[in-house]
Design a protein around this ligand. Structure first.
Ligand SMILES: Cc1cc2nc3c(=O)[nH]c(=O)nc-3n(C[C@H](O)[C@H](O)[C@H](O)COP(=O)(O)OP(=O)(O)OC[C@H]3O[C@@H](n4cnc5c(N)ncnc54)[C@H](O)[C@@H]3O)c2cc1C
Length: 396
């Protein structure tokens, strides 16, 4: 083995950094974080950057600046995990041994799931807020469109903050309306689900905005191919397949666990998406008791989001420390998730829900699905500060 650590984190994103910071604050020593990137992103702000409501520099920091001071940063990419040997393999051949392992490398964007999609993203009319390199192009495309057709797609299957596909659509429409060009743009929103979200109150509020902006909603539909050169895309829906010529295409790609993670023994046999098989409540691996997972890579039943992860971090923090002391895991995750729906470039509401889309409001006395100014201010201005100064420091 090249190195041994008491706790090894695979991934220094939202999950890895915030959990490591919490553990170190509680005096747990010898925590290593394996993370290949030199830049750390606060992805929720990508929606605002794509809508011209924030600059990309606000959504990123050097990775070195967010690494907890007492953590050992191993800059490299994991290519395999051998839980039987308590070892992690890096793509440069290094082997890192662990006592406890936390697997949190996020998701992989499966561009290849739709033929022609990668080429469309490389073209001048395609973009996605799911790819950090493309986010600035979203705003360029939105700003540049004066007439034509704009298509926003949300895929089937597990995805991080899946509603982000819609947020950019509403904010773009608000900008086009402000510019006086909305009536000259045909806007399509393609969602894989039968309803726009799946909770009656939330659907009603989103449908109100969809009608207000004149968006054509295509439910139970999905993108099946793109001809990037001709700027044409094909959809499949309840009435068969149809082709649309586009001037702007914003895509949320299908997502799954990274291929190298799928190839390990950590996912359940029946999980094609390859996420880490953990107990939904304790977030401990079902077969390897010294392996934990949280965030987007965890095979939990909640909707994947940073808000879900914030709750999970507190659970893994307590349970992992108990495991180090030989105790049973005392904390339970309740499946909470949240999607802040930005309905314009100045209003939003937070949909808070459980694994079966049951309401889980933080403020039960407040009508959840109601367009509000202050919730946009919280999402755009307050959350980024909480993220950089509290969550990543293990304080929230
Ligand atoms: C456009 C967009 C909008 C969003 N909006 C919201 C929102 O409004 N609210 C909300 O709650 N959530 C939102 N999210 C989701 C939120 O950002 C994620 O759920 C959260 O970042 C998950 O954290 P994570 O640590 O699991 O994954 P990530 O933060 O993605 O971190 C994974 C880390 O693992 C590293 N990694 C990858 N491969 C390897 C490897 N082989 N070896 C080692 N490390 C590796 C990566 O470099 C990365 O740093 C949004 C996401 C997007 C894309």
């Amino acid at each position: 083995m090249d190195e041994h650590h008491r706790i090894v984190m695979v991934g220094g994103g939202n999950a890895g950094i915030s959990l490591a910071a919490r553990l170190l604050r509680k005096k747990v020593r010898d925590v290593a974080i394996i993370e290949p990137r030199s830049t750390h992103y606060f992805q929720p702000l990508f929606s605002h950057v794509g809508a011209g409501a924030a600059g990309m520099e606000e959504a990123q920091r050097p990775q070195a600046a967010v690494m907890p001071r007492r953590a050992r940063w191993i800059q490299g990419a994991v290519s395999g995990i051998r839980p039987e040997e308590d070892a992690v393999i890096l793509d440069d051949g290094r082997r890192i041994a662990y006592d406890q392992l936390v697997v949190c490398p996020g998701v992989q964007l499966d561009w290849q799931a739709v033929p022609g999609l990668r080429a469309a993203m490389d073209g001048v009319h395609g973009t996605s807020n799911y790819d950090a390199a493309l986010v600035p192009a979203t705003w360029e495309l939105v700003r540049g469109l004066r007439r034509g057709t704009a298509v926003f797609t949300q895929p089937p299957g597990p995805a991080k903050c899946s509603g982000a596909a819609q947020k950019i659509a509403y904010m773009a429409c608000d900008y086009w309306r402000e510019q006086g060009v909305l009536e000259d743009i045909d806007v399509y929103m393609v969602v894989a689900t039968p309803k726009v979200f799946g909770m009656p109150d939330v659907d009603a509020e989103l449908e109100r905005k969809i009608a207000e902006y004149g968006i054509t909603l295509l439910p139970s539909s999905r993108l099946v191919s793109v001809d990037a050169a001709a700027c044409r895309l094909r959809l499949e829906g309840p009435t068969g397949s149809r082709e649309i010529a586009y001037d702007l295409l914003h895509v949320e790609p299908q997502q799954s666990a990274p291929d190298w993670l799928k190839a390990t023994t950590l996912p359940a046999d029946d999980d094609d998406a390859g996420f880490v098989e953990v107990d939904d409540a304790t977030l401990r691996h079902r077969r390897y008791p010294n392996v934990w997972s949280l965030g987007d890579a965890a095979g939990t039943s909640n909707s994947k989001s940073g808000g879900a992860l914030r709750k999970q971090t507190k659970v893994v923090d307590r349970n992992l420390r108990a495991a180090l002391e030989g105790r049973m895991p005392p904390a339970r995750y309740n499946g909470y998730s949240v999607c802040p729906f930005t309905l314009s470039r100045g209003t939003a509401f937070f949909a808070e829900f459980g694994p079966d889309l049951e309401p889980m409001p933080s403020y039960p006395w407040l009508r959840m699905a109601k367009e509000r100014r202050w919730q946009w201010v919280v999402d755009r201005h307050v959350f980024p500060q909480i993220y950089w100064h509290l969550i990543l420091k293990g304080r929230a």
